[in-house]
Design a protein around this ligand. Structure first.
Ligand code: FES
Ligand code: FES
Length: 158
């Protein structure tokens, strides 16, 4: 059985059983390895993607639930209005150590800024609470997101 999904603006017909999970499709069928497998149980955020601008864990999202929706992964972040700003700010603040959590972090941050362009510290912390970092880079992540929110004038650039 075939399901139509939209990933980073491109339509894909996936021949998959309903119970296959989005992260499996992204990584193993479409070769989009930027969304990472961490806990595999909806607890860490390493696999986070945006579905119609809402951050979701791809590791526990069944394929059928994203049929006809717009999925954005880290590979498509440049297409997102806040994506380039978030990426620049993470680099500027060195908001990663090993980087394993970073793709989920930047996707989640872009989703926040799309919904709430000028979040305060509490809103950033609450939103990013679903993204864990074993290296302890949270303070830099929060600074980077604040900076990206303040840098909202150029619409993202290239
Ligand atoms: Fe999906 Fe941890 S791998 S939440
Ligand atoms: Fe290593 Fe976050 S930078 S897990």
């Amino acid at each position: 059985m075939s399901t139509a999904i939209h990933i980073n603006g491109a339509r894909h017909e996936i021949d998959a059983q309903d119970q296959r999970l989005l992260l499996d499709i992204l990584r193993n069928e479409l070769g989009l390895k930027g969304s990472h497998f961490g806990c595999g149980a909806g607890n860490c955020g390493a696999c986070m993607v945006l579905v119609d601008e809402v951050p979701v864990y791809a590791c526990n999202t069944p394929l059928w639930s994203v049929a006809g929706k717009q999925v954005l992964t880290v590979e498509g972040l440049a297409r997102h209005p806040a994506g380039a700003r978030v990426q620049r700010a993470f680099i500027k603040h060195g908001a990663a150590q090993c980087g394993y959590c970073t793709s989920g972090m930047v996707v989640a941050a872009a989703g926040l800024l799309a919904r709430c362009p000028a979040p305060d510290g509490r809103q950033i912390r609450e939103h990013m609470d679903r993204n864990l970092c074993r290296c302890g880079s949270h303070l830099r992540v929060i600074r980077a997101i604040s900076d990206a929110a303040a840098d909202s004038g150029d619409g993202g650039g290239s």
